[in-house]
Design a binder for this molecule. Structure first.
Ligand SMILES: *[C@@H]1O[C@H](CO)[C@@H](O)[C@H](O)[C@H]1NC(C)=O
Length: 383
């Protein structure tokens, strides 16, 4: 046996080698043809619009790891957005099981109480509280909802604009006068199939407004690349809205000389923006669930790579893990990044809200809200 192996080895390995090569080439060729024939169409992103890289963050921020607390561990399934009502001292968060949970915050973890408040029957994402304490919900399946603070009654405000159904309501704000601005991340896909929107590369997102006095829904901005987080400026003279897949946020002016116009607030961000929240003190806190990794860059750059991923997603229900790092960046009033908290374990962070001297992080994967003591971890530039 040993002898036979020795004698036949050189010849066998050559033919094995070329056989394997042929086999591999054949498989790849067939796979490419099959993928190419797939009807799913992917298109190029307008990458020239990204411009200069704003800054490159360090990929590890070990400081953020020490002393992190977990609020509502096990009771909060993927708490996506967090909103704080300073009048009642209560925070709300929307979970994957449809529950909007009420969280009474306390310095002591054991005294931080999590309660079931209202179940929308959908997927509550972005949240906003108005002057009276009513909660507005961008529900990923249902559209724009309003929950009454008095009796917890859920009302559907709107789920379409210009005859086009809202596919994935994502972020929401409400002004002092009661106007609601919210995003439809993509009218083509829904919450479950949102990844296909990234892979396709077409702008199906919209910024919408809802006027409670006329009950009218208007399209403010269209052709957005996954319209996600929204926030009002401190004077409520503009609304910031983020396009996740283009790593940028724009502003729509509500007042002043530029009223009715749109310009860029921050672009070429170091990751993909999700919810953004003003802290009442000169800074916007913007969640970046995904890092701008090399893997993501290539995926975005090459439509054919996205076509392969779309194919594997459709047939194997799997996609490679494109990004791990995530966290929160902090922008000043002009949209300049002044720092952040960023970590390998904070991928899929969907909200960063500063309440008092603590940072509260929402996530679409974790079963709790993460709290970081900002007195112990003062803000600094990550780079
Ligand atoms: C944060 O840290 C400071 C300084 O160590 C401490 O005084 C404060 O109580 C902490 N806050 C919370 C919410 O634990």
């Amino acid at each position: 046996m040993a002898k036979l192996t020795e004698i036949s080895k050189p010849k066998a390995s050559t033919s094995w080698g070329s056989g394997l090569l042929f086999f591999t080439v054949a498989i790849v060729a067939v796979a490419l043809i099959v993928v190419q024939l797939d009807t799913y169409e992917t298109v190029a992103y307008p990458l020239h619009e990204l411009g200069e890289t704003m800054y490159v963050p360090a990929r590890k921020n070990s400081a953020s790891l020490s002393g992190v607390e977990k609020i509502g561990s096990g009771q909060l399934i993927a708490p996506e957005d967090i909103i704080y009502d300073p009048k009642s001292g209560v925070a709300y968060t929307g979970c994957h099981d449809g529950w909007i949970k009420r969280v009474t915050l306390s310095d002591s973890l054991t005294e931080s109480v999590v309660e079931n408040w209202v179940n929308t029957g959908g997927r509550p994402l972005g949240l906003a509280v108005d002057e009276s304490g009513d909660v507005f919900v961008a529900d990923g399946y249902k559209g724009l909802l309003k929950v009454s603070i008095d009796d917890g009654k859920v009302e559907l405000l709107t789920d379409e604009a210009e005859g086009v159904k809202v596919g994935l309501a994502d972020g929401v704000v409400v002004t002092k006068s009661g106007m609601v601005y919210f995003t439809d991340a993509t009218y083509k896909y829904n919450y479950r199939s949102a990844l296909n929107d990234l892979l396709e590369g077409r702008p199906h997102g919209r910024l919408l407004s809802y006027d409670p006095s006329t009950k009218q829904t208007k399209v403010i901005a269209r052709d957005l690349y996954f319209a996600n987080g929204v926030e009002l400026s401190p004077d409520q003279d503009f609304v910031i809205f983020c396009e996740t897949f283009m790593r940028r946020c724009s502003r729509y002016y509500l007042e002043g000389e530029k009223k009715g116009t749109i310009d860029i607030f921050a672009k070429n961000l170091p990751g993909l923006p999700d919810n953004v929240r003003y802290d009442g003190n000169g800074h916007y806190w913007m969640a970046l669930p995904w890092d701008n990794s090399l893997m993501f860059t290539y995926t975005q750059k090459y439509p054919f790579v996205r076509k392969i991923f779309a194919f594997t997603l459709k047939h194997l229900r799997k996609m490679p893990d494109l990004m791990k790092f995530g966290g929160v960046i902090v922008l000043d009033l002009e949209g300049k990044v002044v720092g952040g908290y960023y970590d390998e374990t904070w991928g899929m962070t969907s909200a960063g809200v500063k309440i008092g001297e603590s940072l509260y992080l929402g996530s679409v994967t974790k079963p709790y809200i993460t709290r970081l003591n900002l007195t112990q971890h003062p803000l600094s530039l990550i780079s």
